[in-house]
Design a protein around this ligand. Structure first.
Ligand code: GLC
Length: 734
């Protein structure tokens, strides 16, 4: 093989039968691609280092990285002389088995054929994380998955190969050196994670070409480098961190007001109500059924006074109806997807439906105008993008459907991504802080939208699934995320809701959502015991909002993961590698909820000393048996940490005039972020960032890192777990 340095800093690799390009993104990351890679949806802007890399025969060396190739361009990577990654020729991700057709007769869908046209395998035997919110445990070892955005309403269990999102980012975890692999290809892709061969991780793509990014380092650095490439979740408005209530079936203004009233009577704070498809006129996007919501702007204005924001749902499919503005404009301008030159029809909620050709930037600009107008006309706070896989009721869209410059087979996994981009841009046009949550996504959709994990069920399996799903989605670059609390499908028993809310208080998107036709799931629709447990959980959540907001800011500014599997913070502790039943927010909060019906106690592995948040009991590092019944809000604070909190009893998401600091142990530090809570001022520097530091000798100090606006704070309350409370004026140290 031969390596030639190109004038732009890239390297051309000539193998016996193929040619590829390698470029360094940093001293710990490179990209390896085929010659004919299309423009990326995930990577908005790529700067290649015109590095001082040296070519030496079949190897390229750059600082601590050395990449060696053989004649077939298989490669080995060494970091500081230690072998970190070795590729092997592609081995099919999933084997086809003989006689599988007979199993289909009884309804079994085993062993689908592998249609990959290329790929790579990597030598690896160890924990693998990432891949978005796929089903199954945290560690994906032993599983195979397919990236093809899929709306499948059956209960999501670990035999599912695909869900709504396709995020081709994997972490091959080793405590000392983790490898991040990002396979930027939008076609149907397959992953075999040490399933067929326990020593191989295999990736195959069904169309397009190889475009691989490899990152090396500690797990947090690898994730941060990946998100700095594909983009990070914008900061949500602070109100969105409050309690959110949703249900498919709030039919009219009265239903919405009843929710507000129900929460008020139950004495539970509420910040967001979602409007599902019911608010629309015959399920037509950007319309409001005036007979049921006579004046949406007046309603949003009225609710805003009570601190409640409305978030309507928008679907990808557009109703076919002459005289409906969106349909007419789309038809006039050729903005809908086509098949053989004709506009392609399928069926979604509005019946006969067509699909905006979202890949086309002109269609995105048109849609973003509609979003901006809708935001201005109605005063809504955010938008939920749904059915954007795209979902369809009359069979899947043919692979040849043209979606604005790409056939469906390449557009499918980025269809929702482009809808989210258009929606995000609509907020920017309207001068509002974007709040978009999406069901479908690709790598880099994080630049535009947060996400929820789609249609889970009111079952204990899905309560348990929520932890690894949110952890892996976080590691795949999404910060502003949540699951449908209580479960979307099915009837939620009281004891499940009690546990679900306790298990969800750290999720940035804390949304209770359920399907039409199921038992009502608002907290006041259950018995008084459930309402009481819900109230306690939500009141704790409102205390935690400053910490959650701080972490969302740090994720945007530094790529730090918000919801973390324990392994992220404690890579040396083997007990964390397969921990599917606890999750952390940032560095110091740990939640180990009750996850089983009738459970009374459970085991928790604490990778450090932790205190219980509620009663300040110290749990020493190691295995502990803890109370875990339906009332247990098992939230713990790490020793030697500082938490930023709202005063006890806070019922709004507004910044308070008192900043509470909970200080455990001795030496500790954290950042605190403050802004207007909404609007785009923070993007122009209108925010304050503080470094809060403490130790026994010097006490606690608040050091400004950035001051860009007047502070909300007048007082600071320093609390320690040994019972001391110090109240003092909010004074900054120079
Ligand atoms: C989809 C969404 C769900 C929504 C329903 C009706 O199933 O995932 O959240 O309630 O459509 O719009």
């Amino acid at each position: 093989m031969r390596i030639a340095a190109l004038p732009n800093g890239e390297f051309q690799l000539e193998g016996r039968s193929l040619t590829r390009i390698l470029s360094f993104l940093s001293p710990v990351a490179f990209r390896l691609r085929d010659l004919d890679c299309p423009a990326s949806f995930a990577v908005p802007k790529l700067s290649v280092l015109s590095s001082g890399a040296k070519v030496n025969g079949n190897r390229i060396e750059y600082e601590s990285l050395r990449v060696e190739f053989d004649d077939e361009l298989n490669f080995q990577v060494y970091v500081n002389g230690v072998k970190a990654l070795a590729s092997r020729p592609y081995k099919p991700a999933e084997l086809t088995h003989d006689d599988v057709d007979i199993a289909k007769k009884e309804g079994h869908e085993n062993g689908s054929a592998d249609s990959s046209i290329g790929g790579l395998s990597f030598e690896f035997n160890g924990p693998v994380y990432g891949l978005g919110d796929k089903t199954g445990p945290l560690n994906k070892q032993g599983y195979a998955y397919i990236n093809w955005n899929t709306d499948d309403p059956h209960p999501h269990v670990e035999t599912f190969k695909s869900l709504y999102k396709s995020i081709p980012f994997l972490l091959l975890f080793k405590p000392e050196l983790t490898v991040g692999l990002f396979f930027d290809n939008t076609s149907l892709c397959r992953f075999d994670i040490e399933k067929e061969d326990p020593d191989l991780v295999t990736y195959g793509y069904s169309d397009g070409s190889l475009d691989l990014y490899c990152f090396f380092g500690a797990m947090p650095d690898v994730v941060s480098d990946y998100t700095s490439l594909v983009g990070r979740n914008p900061l949500p408005p602070r109100w969105a961190l409050g309690a959110q209530q949703s249900r498919w079936g709030y039919l009219n203004e009265r239903d919405v007001l009843e929710v507000v009233e129900g929460y008020r009577k139950a004495d539970i704070p509420l910040s967001v109500i979602y409007l599902d498809i019911d608010y629309m006129d015959r399920y037509m996007d950007f319309t409001v059924d005036k007979s049921r919501f006579p004046d949406m702007a007046a309603l949003t204005g009225k609710l805003a006074k009570e601190g409640v924001h409305l978030i309507p749902l928008i679907d990808a499919g557009v109703k076919v109806l002459d005289g409906y503005k969106i349909y007419d404009e789309g038809m006039e301008n050729g903005y809908f997807s086509t098949l053989d030159g004709e506009v392609y029809h399928n069926e979604v909620w509005p019946g006969d439906a067509v699909f905006p050709a979202f890949i086309n930037p002109k269609v995105q600009a048109w849609w973003s105008d509609k979003v901006a107008d809708f935001l201005k006309e109605t005063g809504i706070g955010g938008i939920e993008n749904d059915m954007n896989e795209p979902a369809s009721f009359k069979g899947p869209l043919p692979l040849e459907v043209e979606m604005g410059g790409l056939p469906h087979k390449l557009a499918h996994n980025v269809y929702g991504h482009c809808m989210d981009k258009a929606t995000y841009e609509g907020f920017v046009k309207a001068g509002k802080r974007p709040y978009v949550i999406t069901r479908a996504a690709y790598a880099g959709t994080s630049r535009y939208a947060g996400a929820w994990t789609g249609d889970n069920n009111s079952i204990y399996d899905h309560l348990r699934l929520s932890i690894p799903q949110l952890a892996n989605l976080s590691l795949s670059g999404f910060a502003n995320i949540g699951v449908d609390v209580g479960g979307f499908g099915g009837d939620c028993p009281d004891h499940l809701m009690q546990r679900f809310i306790n298990a969800s208080i750290l999720s940035p998107v804390l949304r209770n959502h359920s399907s039409i036709g199921t038992r009502h799931q608002e907290p006041y629709a259950f018995d008084e015991k459930t309402a009481e447990i819900y109230r306690k959980a939500i009141m704790t959540r409102y205390e935690l909002i400053p910490t959650i907001y701080d972490n969302l800011f740090l994720s945007l500014s530094s790529g730090l993961v918000v919801l973390r599997p324990l392994v992220y913070n404690f890579p040396e502790a083997k007990e964390t590698y397969n921990d599917n039943s606890a999750i952390m927010l940032g560095e110091s909060l740990l939640l180990a909820p009750s996850l089983m019906a009738g459970e009374i106690k459970r085991a928790v592995y604490f990778p450090d000393d932790f205190y219980s948040y509620a009663d300040h009991v110290l749990y020493k590092k190691g295995w502990n048996l803890i109370e875990a019944d339906e009332r247990s809000l098992n939230l713990f604070v790490r020793d030697h940490s500082i938490l930023t909190l709202n005063p006890v009893g806070t019922k709004t998401t507004d910044f308070q005039s008192v900043l509470r600091l909970l200080w455990t142990g001795n030496e500790a530090a954290c950042y605190h972020y403050e802004d207007a809570g909404d609007g785009l001022g923070y993007t122009k520097g209108e925010y304050n960032l503080y470094l809060i530091q403490a130790d026994e000798e010097h006490g606690l100090s608040i050091v400004p890192v950035h001051l860009g606006m007047p502070s909300h704070y007048k007082e600071v309350l320093i609390e320690t777990f040994d019972g001391r409370t110090i109240r003092r004026d909010f004074v900054l140290k120079d």
